[in-house]
Design a protein around this ligand. Structure first.
Ligand SMILES: [Zn+2]
Ligand SMILES: [Zn+2]
Length: 314
């Protein structure tokens, strides 16, 4: 179904030209500016670390979502682009990691901590690939209700120019890649990228390894969708697969299973409260996450904030 087979020729042919004017970061409204400006300022002075996961596959980490890089003679493939201000450090890390011409940038989903660097990476010669909903959301005004954010469309140079509906396949640098859309989970634009030979799976923000995840209810995300996405990823991974989460350290299938189990237990508790007639505030007051908070409650969301999202998206 809507399955595309992409090879190197496609990757190379489908390139577009960045316009200098489109690179100006004018796409954020005042509400969103503070949060994004702060992150950009932090990203500007944060080094990018590269960790080898396989011969030609690296984890790149700085501020923003976890990135991955495949190197080789067919062309480099980067997954996610962090913040615009991190782009010089990302390009430096890419150069040091190995040989190969610039080729493809794949976005795991539309959120700015994964796509704000798109225009800069594109200007360095990378063609942007993503699910069609990532393009839809980057080309139109968006809101992120949980953070009170309104975002203008991203500049044209940041837009994915090759999109797909359900799956896409690529054969590059001696490996084969599956790009597969999850049913709406963290957003409605989430995909996973599976490198078969390297045995590496990038699942984007359907996994926050070690803490309660943000789920973007304004973009079609839900707790049930997150749990279903975890099941999908668990079915793809083997016991030896290295799984890259959107945030947090690389983990194993067992780590992802634990995250899935915590989400499922909390979903069940909040669902029981909701069906017994508890309001959102009443459900939060019952502390349904309490048994998990000492381990999982120290991330970007407080336990109460996470309970609210779970309640609203059940
Ligand atoms: Zn993220
Ligand atoms: Zn996200």
């Amino acid at each position: 179904m809507n399955q595309l087979s992409l090879n190197r020729r496609h990757f190379l042919r489908l390139s577009a030209v960045a316009s200098a004017a489109a690179l100006a970061p004018q796409w954020l409204t005042a509400q969103a500016n503070d949060m994004v400006a702060q992150s950009r300022a932090t990203a500007a002075k944060t080094p990018i670390t590269a960790t080898k996961l396989y011969d030609n596959l690296f984890l790149l980490q700085g501020v923003g979502g976890n990135m991955a890089l495949q190197t080789g003679p067919d062309g480099k493939i980067l997954i996610d682009s962090s913040y615009s201000t991190a782009v010089p450090a990302i390009l430096d890390a890419i150069k040091k990691a190995g040989d190969g011409p610039a080729d493809a940038l794949i976005n795991t989903h539309w959120h700015f901590d994964h796509t704000d660097g798109n225009a800069g990476i594109h200007a360095a010669g990378y063609t942007i690939f993503a699910h069609e909903n990532t393009r839809k959301r980057l080309t139109t005004p968006q809101t992120i209700k949980a953070f009170g954010m309104s975002l203008d469309p991203a500049p044209a140079a940041a837009w994915p120019t090759v999109t797909f509906d359900s799956t896409m396949h690529a054969w590059q640098n001696g490996d084969s890649l599956d790009l597969v859309h999850f049913e709406p989970a963290h957003t409605d634009s989430d995909i996973y990228i599976h490198f078969h030979k390297a045995d590496v799976l990038h699942v984007g923000d359907t996994w926050f390894n070690g803490f309660y995840p943000f789920i973007d209810e304004s973009s079609g995300g839900s707790i049930g969708g997150m749990i279903a996405a975890n099941v999908t990823a668990l079915n793809v991974a083997s016991d030896t697969t290295k799984i890259i989460p959107g945030h947090g350290p690389v983990g194993s299938k067992g780590d992802l299973q634990r995250f899935h189990d915590v989400l499922s237990a909390i979903r069940d508790k909040v669902a029981a409260l909701k069906s017994s007639g508890a309001s959102e505030n009443e459900a939060i007051a019952k502390k349904p996450t309490a048994e998990f908070d000492s381990v999982w409650g120290h991330g970007i969301l407080t336990p109460d904030q996470f309970t609210g999202i779970v309640y609203r998206t059940i």
